[in-house]
Design a protein around this ligand. Structure first.
Ligand SMILES: O=C(O)C(=O)Cc1ccccc1
Length: 314
């Protein structure tokens, strides 16, 4: 199979509608700015469209600096037909409270937004609208779109990005209502296997690990595969597999590219001790931070050790 390159991607799906933070991430991705952008109502819908080749790539939220992992994305990537991450984008998030014209802040009884946005404005809501009922929506921009449509809506106000409120001609009741001004969300660009970005020296790799069985030291056994090869992890989450109570898999990001010797050795070690290792891609880091190979873990150290062993054997 000829490997696809990033320039072969032309139809980009994203968690919509227009005005989501995910669309901002897609706009920030150079290769997508002048290509077709297709909004989807949910992360699952976007990833299903990718699996059925309706689109070439999909931008989805994966992690927030305040709220942690986006379970819908982590679970959709851990199961089903394989997909791979080919890039990441970091977007600072700023929330506004908006409503149809003529709705004073004091009359707001219910607020619609995405669960991750709600979690990030909880303190502001507790002090300004303590009795407001929360109504979950599929995205932040979906709450603004509902308020912008004629007819009844399920809530009085929405929490979204300023651009989503402007798109729908809504009034801003309060700006910058996030509890943590430094909140950043990480989005990943996902494609089908066959696209593997070249190593840059500042890369990340994502895997999901499924253990063989539950035993004392089982997690340690996985972690030591990274430790002994000097591979630094940047995210570790356990997610239920859904098979039985207490059955978990581990979703892990770590520094390095599958082409790096220490990453290759780590993956082989994991393959030996796990029931299954799902490779979810190697891709350039959004922050460009280069990984420092600890003494004895650079590519040439592994090459020299292999040569030494070959000499012993001959
Ligand atoms: O709903 C959106 O706008 C999204 O892109 C998902 C999301 C929600 C809250 C914070 C960051 C991303």
């Amino acid at each position: 199979m000829t490997p696809r390159t990033l320039s072969d991607l032309h139809r980009f799906g994203y968690l919509g509608p227009r005005g989501t933070f995910t669309q901002m991430a897609l706009d920030a991705w150079d290769g997508a700015r002048h290509e077709e952008q297709v909004p989807f109502g949910s992360v699952d819908a976007a990833l299903d469209a990718l699996r059925s080749a309706e689109i070439d790539a999909a931008m989805v939220p994966i992690e927030n600096s305040v709220e942690g992992g986006v379970s819908a994305t982590l679970d959709a990537l851990a199961t089903g037909d394989p997909l791979v991450v080919i890039g990441e984008v970091l977007v600072p998030v700023t929330f506004v409270l908006c409503a149809r014209a003529g709705m004073p802040l004091g009359s707001v009884r219910s607020v619609g937004t995405h669960p991750h946005a709600w979690a990030q404005v909880r303190s502001w809501m507790a002090s300004h609208l303590p009795d407001a009922v929360y109504v979950p929506t599929l995205s932040t921009a979906a709450s603004a779109a509902a308020l912008g449509r004629p007819g009844d809506v399920m809530f009085d106000a929405g929490v979204c990005a300023p651009v989503a409120a402007a798109n729908e001609g809504l009034e801003i009741l309060a700006g910058d209502i996030g509890d943590n001004r430094a909140a950043v969300t990480r989005f990943v660009l996902v494609s089908r296997p066959g696209t593997l970005p070249e190593p840059t020296g500042a890369d990340k790799t994502t895997v999901v690990l499924f253990q063989r069985d539950d035993h004392a030291g089982g997690l340690l056994e996985l972690l030591e595969q990274f430790a002994v090869r000097g591979v630094n992890m940047t995210r570790l989450e356990s997610r239920p597999t859904g098979e039985a109570m207490g059955s978990y898999c581990f979703s892990i990001d770590f520094e390095g590219h599958v082409q790096d010797a220490r990453v290759g050795e780590t993956l082989m070690g994991l393959r030996r001790v796990c029931a299954d290792v799902r490779f979810l891609g190697s891709y350039p880091r959004a922050d460009g931070v280069r990984a420092d190979a600890r003494l004895g873990t650079a590519d040439h150290d592994f090459d020299a050790a292999r040569l030494w062993l070959e000499q012993l054997r001959s």
